[in-house]
Design a protein around this ligand. Structure first.
Ligand code: SAH
Length: 250
């Protein structure tokens, strides 16, 4: 997958892609990472990329021309039809389903903002979609762009070794992930739930599913609205909530 990132802080992007799953995906050529430093496309001696907003007000605004030249350079290297996205708190909320959907693309270009944001005309002329990572403001687009790219790239075939680990994750089936345990079996007088040591796969699955339902119901009931359940899941749901009622009564 071709990944183009337009930024004034290329090192942040480069360094993140040196580690962990993103590092391996890049080294193995599953991701073709191309970083475009907006300053390389500035046209004055001082490499200016920002200027004061027309109409006054605080802060600076990223200028049209360096951004547009950087995006054109990114597009020249990208597969045909690669879309250009912007990370901005004003964008559509980026979610797991967005990540899965976009992992099917041949290429993606993301533009990172800084300061107060972008000259609106750049957005109108060059940007196909806008993503927000949530209703809060961080000081630059690099973390949001890395967040979105990481979430997309983990879903590329062959990137995460164990395909099942992707299928098991939170959100995919509309529920939160179940709790995990590793060695030792007993620590600070806390035991691993015995069913996980039983070797009984179907009991383990039911335990995990029930734990996942319970956690989702408690923390994120909004995720369950409109979700469809199989007959077995429905039975399990009823059981785990009646168990809980019993516990509360005790
Ligand atoms: N004045 C702007 C915020 C600028 S923050 C506004 O109120 O909309 C500087 C840059 O950080 C933004 O241009 C954007 O690229 C990035 N950014 C900040 N918060 C973000 C968020 N929640 N999601 C995506 N990008 C964000």
């Amino acid at each position: 997958m071709y990944v183009g990132v337009v930024t004034i802080f290329p090192e942040i992007i480069k360094d993140y892609f040196a580690f962990g799953i993103m590092g391996r995906a890049t080294r193995e050529g599953l991701v073709d990472l191309n970083i475009f430093d907006v300053r390389d496309y500035a046209f004055d001696l001082h490499k200016t990329v920002d200027d004061r907003p027309y109409g006054g007000g605080p802060g600076m605004v990223l200028m049209y021309e360096p951004l547009s030249s950087a995006v054109k350079a990114a597009r020249r290297k990208a597969p045909a039809d690669t879309k250009v996205g912007l990370v901005t708190p004003q964008g559509e909320k980026f979610e797991q389903k967005t990540a899965i959907d976009k992992s099917r693309l041949d290429g993606i270009i993301l533009v990172c903002g800084r300061y107060e944001g972008f000259d609106e005309r750049f957005i109108e002329e060059f940007v196909d979609f806008e993503w927000s990572i949530g209703d809060y403001i961080v000081s630059g687009g690099e973390l949001p762009a890395l967040t979105c790219l990481d979430a997309i790239i983990r879903n590329l075939p062959a990137v995460v070794n164990n395909a099942q680990s992707i299928l098991d994750e939170s959100f995919l089936d509309g529920t939160l992930d179940y709790p995990q345990y590793t060695r030792p079996e007993l620590v600070d007088s806390r035991k691993v739930p015995s069913v996980l040591l039983s070797g009984n796969h179907s009991a383990v699955n039911s335990f995990r599913k029930a734990a996942s339902f319970r956690k989702t119901y408690k923390r994120r009931p909004d995720l369950l609205v409109g979700k469809t359940f199989s007959e077995d899941e429905r039975k399990l749901l009823v059981k785990c909530f009646s168990d809980e009622d019993d516990q509360r009564k005790r």
